[in-house]
Design a protein around this ligand. Sequence first.
Ligand SMILES: Nc1nc2c(c(=O)[nH]1)N=C(CO)CN2
Length: 156
Amino acid sequence: MPHIVYLGLGSNIGARHDMIEKAIELIAEQVGDIVLQSALYETEPWGFSSENLFINGAVACQTTLTPLEVLQKTQAIEKQLGRTHKTKNGEYEDRVIDIDILLYDDLHLHHSQLVIPHPHIAKRPFVYQPLCDILSKSTLERIIGQEIPYNKKEAQ
Ligand SMILES: Nc1nc2c(c(=O)[nH]1)N=C(CO)CN2
């Protein structure tokens, strides 16, 4: 039975658009067909300071993998694309590529390595803006059980 996994993508150093595109190609090969793809947005670093703006996007991917298998694949793809480590002292830092699992169908999962839905969707515009390109805000709010402070028309 196929599932739909929503992934968030971000890059703020190097060839940012190329990195995101390359990540999407590898996701299509290793996780499953991309069924929807958001616009790419240039965003201010959120939660830390850096002069390097991010490119953020999101995709919906049809997969037969389990959530933990998706995590293994996306972490392997991050490594393939040159990501060396996740964080330094638990603080955010510049990164060539970041792939986050945002949603997996309407599953709620609490695992030591993985929490789904991604716990910070509702407070991170760089996550919910692209996600709302490919999923209705009301569906997203129903799945996460929280309201999203977002108005697509005002955001143009
Ligand atoms: N704009 C933006 N800010 C961030 C991002 C990101 O992808 N985009 N990722 C972070 C850690 O995951 C921390 N801050």
